[in-house]
Ligand binder design. Structure first.
Ligand code: FAD
Ligand code: DLZ
Length: 510
């Protein structure tokens, strides 16, 4: 045997770099469903089904294409509980000159694989992950010498580099780089949001659902109504469906939330992009084609492309430039435990209940729920970054450390001192009221702040502003908040802080 080629659960891309130049007759591909990967966090049950089923389909495809494969299916009694143990077993059984793999997405596993050459006694070739639009080196080159790293500038550079939505004179299409000011509409039920794209589980997926039901019963979330795509062909269909039915309204309602609508006009493509079933650049190109064909407006298409070409690539760059120290950051000195209702959805705060309940059922919540509801609450409540990060890593089908950590620790918790974002996204209940209909169905009153039935976000917001004066009062983007706070009547300020203290002492009962 010449090479053992390890392909991970989020590397399900036929032209993954680990396969470059490989020899179907001599090399062997190794894929494995292992305890350590399935259990390093409390992964949502639907995420495990998605990955195991997509891995099985991918391996079947490789086999049909003439590759020799060692595929380990999950069983709790399997002796090999880690990828290292699986590779060690194969080395013992058939030997190999070399292990070849594509660099993995998480520091945790990257650190382990980097030591395999010593631990296993064979050379390990780790190849770059060419599925990202910017390489790690390109990001580092862009970042070098900049005092502040801001997504918008990185994004513009990527637009120039890829030519996406650029005129032949090198100017942004539509005369602007960013159309976000058009993207803040509240959704009031019209136009109706499309039903989510669904694929009925085939035999392979049904077997995995049974397996997860049996062996991962204590993991977060429900298994009912599993309808994710698990092959590249089905994921392509999900992309087409998004372009046809949701993209035209994606921009307008990008920041909206709704009490009885889980998905709105979002693409629900992140689970597929992140595990390799869809190529990020191809997804951006499909959206750009829709604009050129007059099938979607520019605010929708530019906004959508910015999320992938801009944010997705930017957070990945930040992650790899700063790990492993980044994961330890806690610049706001937070000390509170994550309230238990994050795991149950059992809270009278309607927006929180809705976001967490959707998360339990779907392994999905859209960006504004993650940022401005569950994230905002954790920020205002001063939850320890490691606890809220672990929650986000567990509960979403698209969650991997490289993308989850910068979004949570940096964007939401501001625990990196503003390295990723120029200001915290702290907001009172007014924001949630403006962008959703949750408040009219809520036990708490959004127009009250200090009373027993007042929306908890209100007093907690002012408490956050008051507590973090040292960190934020000199931030030009926060000056108005401090002027508003300082203008308030001292008695009201006292009442707000008293209410906040009570809320913080009684988080579990909210
Ligand atoms: P859409 O709204 O349709 O957006 C299109 C695509 O843009 C997404 O599929 C995704 O690939 C990309 N994208 C959008 N925003 C971001 C972002 N901030 N960072 C990276 N990519 C982005 N995304 C993940 O993929 N995995 C995570 O674990 C994750 N954790 C998050 C945690 C928090 C607290 C926040 C605020 C955001 C997080 N995001 C994460 C980003 C974003 O919320 C999800 O990518 C998005 O909700 C996925 O749904 P969608 O495919 O319908 O996205
Ligand atoms: C997320 C995940 C899960 C649940 N299970 C497996 C697995 O059994 N085997 C595997 O190769 N990969 C799995 N993954 C994805 C990995 O955790 C992922 O490749 C690393 O975290 C690196 O991003």
């Amino acid at each position: 045997m010449a090479n053992l080629i390890l392909i991970l659960g989020d590397q399900l891309t036929p032209d993954i770099s680990a396969l470059d130049g490989a020899d179907r007759n001599q090399d062997r591909v190794v894929m494995a469903e292992v305890h350590n990967e399935a259990s390093y966090t409390n992964h949502h049950k639907k995420k495990i089904v998605l990955l195991f089923s997509a891995m099985r389909h991918f391996a079947q495809g490789l086999e049909a294409d003439g590759w020799q494969i060692h595929y380990l299916t999950y069983h709790p009694d399997n002796e090999a509980r880690s990828l290292e143990a699986v590779i060690a077993g194969q080395l013992e059984l058939i030997g190999a000159d070399r292990i070849v793999t594509t660099e993995c997405g998480e520091w945790r596993l990257h650190d382990q694989i980097s030591q395999w050459h010593e631990r296993l006694g064979v050379p390990v070739e780790i190849r770059p992950d060419t599925r990202f639009i910017a390489s790690k080196q390109e990001f580092a080159d862009w970042a070098e010498g900049r005092k502040q790293l801001r997504m918008e500038f990185f994004y513009r550079e990527r637009r120039r580099k890829t030519g996406l939505m650029m005129t032949s004179e090198g100017k942004p299409e539509g005369g602007q780089w960013n159309f976000d000011t058009d993207n803040r509409r509240k959704w009031t039920g019209k136009p109706p949001a499309p039903a989510p794209f669904r694929i009925e589980p085939d035999e392979v997926t049904r077997a995995v659902i049974d397996l997860v039901e049996e062996h991962f019963a204590d993991h977060f979330g429900t298994l009912e109504d599993f309808h994710f795509a698990v092959t590249p062909e089905d994921a392509e269909q999900a992309l087409d469906y998004f372009i046809d039915f949701a993209l035209p309204c994606f921009g307008d309602y990008q920041d909206a939330m709704a009490d009885d609508e889980d998905w709105l006009f979002h693409s629900i493509l992140s689970p597929y992009i992140n595990c390799g079933l869809l190529d990020p650049l191809a997804v951006c190109e499909a959206a750009a084609r829709a604009w050129h064909a007059g099938r979607a407006p520019i605010n929708a298409v530019e906004g959508f492309i910015r999320q992938i070409l801009g944010w997705r690539e930017f957070v990945r760059g930040i992650y790899w430039m700063n790990m492993p120290a980044y994961a330890q950051e806690n610049r706001l000195g937070n000390t509170r435990a994550l309230p238990w209702f994050y795991w149950t959805g059992d809270t009278k705060m309607r927006c929180m209940h809705k976001a967490i309940d959707a998360t339990r059922r779907n392994a999905y919540a859209h960006h504004i729920q993650r940022l401005m509801v569950t994230g905002n609450f954790a920020l205002l409540a001063g939850v320890k970054p490691e606890e809220i990060c672990d929650w986000y890593l567990a509960v979403y089908a698209d969650a991997y450390d490289w993308v989850e950590l910068p979004n949570v620790l940096g964007m939401v918790m501001h625990a990196d001192g503003g390295y990723l974002g120029s200001k915290p996204y702290a907001a009172s209940g007014k924001y949630i009221q403006r962008m959703s209909d949750h408040c009219s169905n809520c036990h708490y009153k959004v127009n009250k702040s200090t009373e027993k039935d007042a929306c908890p976000f209100n007093a907690l917001y002012w408490h956050f502003i008051d507590c973090h004066r040292d960190e934020f009062s000199n931030n030009p983007r926060m000056g108005m908040m401090y002027r508003n706070w300082d203008r308030q009547d001292p008695a009201r300020k006292k009442a707000l802080l008293k209410r906040a203290d009570w809320l913080l002492d009684n988080l579990e009962s909210l």
